[in-house]
Design a protein around this ligand. Structure first.
Ligand SMILES: C[S@@+](CC[C@H](N)C(=O)[O-])C[C@H]1O[C@@H](n2cnc3c(N)ncnc32)[C@H](O)[C@@H]1O
Length: 289
């Protein structure tokens, strides 16, 4: 039976209830549901991320939270549990060389390919989009390339496991500081202030309209059949173990156009996939035909 307490306990009271056994159970569940591996040294990080949820639910201990997740109402809580455990760090035009490559090379070539094969179809995917900065950065590049892309049917999909992040991404609202350091060509005309203090900016509607936001677990089946001209899957695989990463990259490669591009995070490599993906720039891979 879970222990509901009438007044929520302080963070310090709850700290003493967080055992190695609780950590092992939660780490196993995160791995099974998301592929994210949490080594033992992540115990304090896990505590900080889950304690708020334990207090919101007015539970007296982490053990009680584990019992809730294992019990008949567990499935209903798993989503919030996973949302609490994901790492969502991101920013606009993170690794700006990816977006320079997208504008200068990938989009013009994709436009040419779409004319040659007669499909007039260009598809892009931000897989693990977090709070939206990545797909909006892609959308800004698409808007800047609009004259080359106009005759084409261009679609940009943005997905994440964390449903809170998908909602935030779709809302397109950010603190002004998030765009302060962007160069003018990537900032001007793409955002407007929303409040009197001008501390919050909203992404322009035409950019939001370019993107389809959806929750999607990369470990599960995918409803899309591709092929994609470019997939951004950056700083997602770093949390996965080797076999999960190999499976995921193979599935991403399956969905890429021959000659399409996979963009990965700055600390990631794809050494196991050299027969299918060729390195063509810093952390940019091209699908071998
Ligand atoms: C560190 S963020 C990276 C955001 C962005 N791609 C970037 O590089 O700035 C990692 C994102 O991957 C998502 N993620 C983790 N496991 C996932 C899974 N199994 N399926 C889909 N998304 C996942 C997390 O929710 C998080 O938003």
């Amino acid at each position: 039976m879970s222990t509901a307490v009438s007044s929520s306990l302080q963070r310090t009271d709850l700290e003493s209830t967080f055992t190695d056994r609780d950590f092992a159970f939660f780490a196993r569940l995160v791995y099974e549901k998301s592929g994210i591996v949490l080594a033992d040294h992540k115990k304090s990080m896990m505590f900080s991320r889950l304690v708020r949820r334990v207090r919101e639910l007015k539970l007296g201990s982490f053990k009680a939270y584990g019992e809730l997740l294992r019990g008949p109402d567990g499935e209903a809580e798993v989503g919030d549990f996973i949302n609490a455990m994901t790492t969502n760090l991101t920013k606009f035009f993170r690794e700006d060389h990816h977006f320079e490559f997208l504008e200068s090379t990938a989009l013009p070539r994709a436009a040419q390919r779409a004319v040659q094969d007669g499909t007039r179809r260009i598809r892009l995917w931000s897989a693990g989009c977090s709070s939206g900065e990545e797909p909006y950065s892609i959308a800004i590049c698409l808007k800047r390339a609009a004259s080359q892309l106009r005759p084409h049917d261009v679609r940009l999909l943005a997905t994440d496991l964390d449903t809170n992040m998908v909602s935030r991404a779709a809302a397109g609202l950010y603190p002004k500081s998030a765009i302060a350091a962007l160069p003018p060509h990537w900032r001007n005309g793409h955002f407007h202030s929303t409040d009197k203090t001008r501390e919050q900016v909203a992404v322009e509607d035409d950019l939001r309209a370019m993107i389809t936001f959806r929750p999607l677990n990369l470990l599960h089946d995918w409803p899309m059949s591709g092929p994609f001209d470019a997939i951004f899957c950056r700083n997602v695989m770093i949390y996965f173990d080797g076999p999960t990463k190999v499976r995921l990259v193979n599935r991403l490669a399956d969905l890429l156009q021959p000659g399409g591009w996979l963009f990965i995070g700055h600390s990631e490599t794809l050494l196991e996939h050299q027969d299918r993906l060729r390195l063509v720039g810093r952390t940019i891979y091209e699908r071998i035909a």
